[in-house]
Design a protein around this ligand. Structure first.
Ligand code: ATP
Length: 487
């Protein structure tokens, strides 16, 4: 499966649109349509529930995007948050020097009279054996030497556009947590180890955004800063190292819990020369995206670097009083940093399936029920029959109090089912003639409706009175066979 398939499904079914599309789009920003915003909210909601709500050692925070400019000096972003950039001398396009071989390249092959080919990423030409040396986009231009380019978006705070008013859109949410460390510690009376979680927008002026929502200039992060006493040990080992491992396990398990297949996930340790100078260890959770194995989440041991830097630049003490040892310590921090949009892409890719049903292609998104944008679609079998339509609306109204439920009567039932399959709705409820009966013929309805299961496409008829409890069991994760068998 390739990225185009996902992009076109997302557009067709209203999940994701290109930002400002009627103006030709921006190429680096995307908008989430009606089912898309539900999906993203669900991802953020389960992340928050699992990381904050269900744990006794975590609290939440929502810091502002614009911060004091010194934050970015202290954090090192002003001086070091750069990527190496090269320019093509012919077409003038710009590229990240370290990602040049991550996409297909254009090649005018001397072995075939200069014919133009698109060669797969990182591979040599199969005709002449040459590897890419020129511009990957035009295939003609020499590339300049790499220059460092700062990825932060600059802006002005207040009405005067002068140097003193310069500030930046945050390139990560983490710094909002570090600068609030003492506020949260004191107000919540926390004891180490504890963590602060935050979900929010970040901005990076990426040199080469692309691959749909994988790399954009505006995106959402779901970040945890987990503070550990560096003097503590667990089982004879430094507590920060043990907690780092625990978080790696926890985050891998989280992706698997919501549907990512184990074979599409792997851990990649950063090599010593790749580590940020303050990091003791960093491991990336990688996912097998259609563009290849790429980072989904980074989990770093940032030591005491950030708190020390902010203490130094702000002049405020950012320490923790260790009651046991009667001394002030600067906690170490473990940072599991995930992207909400990148996770969404991974969940989409993993959920996508094409299958043949009675000679026809069926596209289905097998989302975990907690992530599915819509949980239930209520569909009338005949929209000309008033009682059927009224009953369907009444059912939708009742179910919508608990779950995202839609009503749709804009096509024949087969097509309505396909449409719901394509956005991953786990259950459809159909109201038919039998449900309401036929007063003209003196036939009473049985007040039963059909539930259809997205994955097996099996159906079961249940009384309207028990519908909510049956759906409640299904949406709580009870297997279809068991619920349908007893319904
Ligand atoms: P990359 O090497 O892909 O640029 P990074 O190592 O700079 O990523 P981090 O700073 O570790 O990324 O950010 C943490 C997470 O935030 C990433 O794992 C990813 O999920 C998300 N993320 C970072 N940059 C982007 C972006 N430009 N677009 C979408 N998500 C992003």
């Amino acid at each position: 499966m390739n990225m185009e398939t996902i992009v076109s499904l997302c557009k067709r079914r209203g999940l994701i649109f290109q930002s400002s599309e009627i103006y030709g789009g921006t190429g680096s920003c995307w908008d989430y349509g009606p089912p898309g915003v539900e999906l993203k909210n669900n991802i953020k909601r389960v992340w928050w529930r699992d990381t904050v709500q269900l744990r006794t050692d975590m609290v939440g925070l929502d810091a502002s995007i614009l911060m004091h400019p010194l934050v970015w000096k202290a954090s090192g972003h002003l001086d070091h948050f750069t990527d190496p950039m090269v320019d093509c001398r012919v077409c003038k396009r710009r590229f990240r020097a370290d990602k040049l071989d991550d996409s297909p390249w254009v090649h005018y092959c001397p072995a075939t009279k200069g014919n133009k080919f698109e060669v797969p990423a990182g591979e040599p030409c199969t005709h002449c054996g040459a590897r890419r040396t020129l511009c990957p986009a035009c295939g003609k231009g020499e590339l300049t030497e790499p220059r460092q380019f700062n990825l932060m978006f600059k802006t002005f705070m207040g009405p005067v556009e002068e140097e003193a008013a310069v500030t930046y859109l945050r390139p990560e949410t983490a710094q909002g947590i570090f600068v609030n460390f003492d506020n949260v510690l004191q107000s919540m009376r926390l004891k180490l180890p504890f963590g602060i979680a935050q979900i929010g927008k970040s901005f990076r002026n990426e040199i080469t955004p692309g691959n749909f929502i994988f790399r954009t200039r505006e995106f959402e992060q779901m970040e945890i800063e987990y503070f550990v006493n560096p003097a503590d040990t667990i089982g004879g080992r430094p507590a920060d190292e043990v907690w780092h491992e625990r978080w790696i396990e926890e985050r891998l398990a989280w992706y698997r819990r919501y549907g990512l297949r184990a074979e599409n996930l792997r851990l990649r340790e950063h090599e010593k020369d790749e580590l940020a100078h303050y990091a003791k260890r960093t491991a990336d959770i990688e996912y097998h995206f259609p563009i290849g194995w790429s980072e989904l989440e980074g989990i770093a041991n940032r030591t005491d670097y950030d708190l020390k830097q902010h203490a130094q630049w702000s002049g405020k003490s950012l320490t923790y009083f260790d009651e046991e040892r009667k001394t002030h310590v600067v906690p170490y921090v473990i940072e599991p940093s995930a992207g909400a949009d990148r996770s969404l892409l991974a969940f989409l890719v993993d959920a996508y399936a094409e299958e043949e049903v009675r000679g026809e292609k069926r596209v289905v998104l097998r989302f975990h029920r907690e992530l599915a944008p819509t949980k239930i679609a209520v569909l009338p079998l005949l929209k000309k029959r008033g009682e059927i339509v009224e009953t369907a609306h009444a059912i939708r109204g009742a179910l919508a109090r608990r779950w995202m439920t839609v009503y749709d009567d804009t096509a024949a039932i087969g097509r309505l089912y396909r449409r719901q399959d394509e956005v991953g709705t786990p259950y459809c409820v159909t109201v038919d003639v039998q449900t309401v009966g036929d007063p003209d013929k003196g036939e009473a309805g049985d007040r039963k409706v059909t539930i259809r299961d997205r994955d097996s496409m099996e159906q079961v008829r249940v009384p309207i009175d028990t519908l909510e409890s049956v759906l409640g069991r299904l949406l709580a994760g009870e297997p279809w066979e068991r619920v349908a068998g007893r319904a």
